[in-house]
Structure formats: structure tokens, C-alpha cells
Design a protein around this ligand. Structure first.
Ligand code: MN
Length: 133
């Protein structure tokens, strides 16, 4: 961990606090947003190395926000990992189509969370990583 910056977009306060705590303990710099709109603004203002994007958000959903990030030249390079509470068949495909590098399912597994996030950060094939890039 070398202090990479991670933006957490999550509307559920309990989940958000948990994720933020786990990331800080692992040595990351953490930015937070409670809505997709706020997340898009922060991603533009202070581009992070990785975005953890909740799919179910009030207003704009996380997949729509990811598409917007991937279409904007200034944010297209930022890896986006979806946070999804419904690991249903077809989700992986939807998440991939939106431009996410992969996804993490909720509830968060506190024992493996930081390691899985790190795997997306360094581009290894751990976690629920989708396809080749
Ligand atoms: Mn949510």
C-alpha cells in the first residue's frame, strides 16, 4: 500500500463507514461520496486511483455514473469496482458493460476486503475481476 487514493461512492452510511475504515487501516487515502452526482464531481476535482461504486444509489445509479466516468477523457482511465449487494446471474455482465473492472459483493468480507481491493489496484487476476482489458 503506497497511499493510493480511493473514492468510495456509497449511500448506506454503515457500509460506507465500514469500507472507509478498512481502507484507511490498509493505508489508503479515502474520499467519500453519498450519491453518484457527488461522486462524479469528486472524481473530476480530485481524480482517485480507484473508485468503489455502489450500484444502488438514490438518484443516478452506480452503473450510469460509471458509464459517464468512462466516457469522459479526464476520468476514463480510473478503475471502477462495483459494490453490489445482489450477486445475481447477469450482474457481472451488466457491471462489465458499464465499464467496471470488476465487482465486490456486499456484505463486505472484512478479512479479505483490503486484499481484494489491492488486487484491483495492481491489476492482478484476483477477486471478481472481469475479462481482459
Ligand atoms: Mn446503496
Amino acid at each position: 500500500m503506497a497511499g493510493e487514493k480511493i473514492l468510495v461512492v456509497e449511500d448506506n452510511e454503515v457500509n460506507r463507514e465500514l469500507v472507509v475504515d478498512l481502507l484507511k487501516i490498509a493505508g489508503y487515502l479515502v474520499l467519500v461520496a453519498g450519491t453518484a452526482e457527488e461522486g462524479l464531481q469528486k472524481a473530476k476535482e480530485e481524480p482517485p486511483d480507484l473508485i468503489l461504486m455502489d450500484i444502488g444509489l438514490p438518484g443516478m445509479d452506480g452503473l450510469t455514473a460509471t458509464r459517464i466516468l468512462k466516457q469522459a477523457p479526464e476520468t476514463a482511465h480510473i478503475a471502477v469496482v462495483a459494490l453490489t449487494s445482489f450477486a445475481m446471474k447477469g450482474d457481472a455482465e451488466r457491471v462489465k458493460e458499464a465499464g467496471c473492472s470488476g465487482y465486490l459483493t456486499k456484505p463486505i468480507d472484512t478479512r479479505t476486503f483490503a486484499q481484494t481491493v489491492a488486487s484491483f489496484m495492481v491489476g492482478t487476476s484476483k477477486g471478481n475481476r472481469i475479462g481482459g482489458e
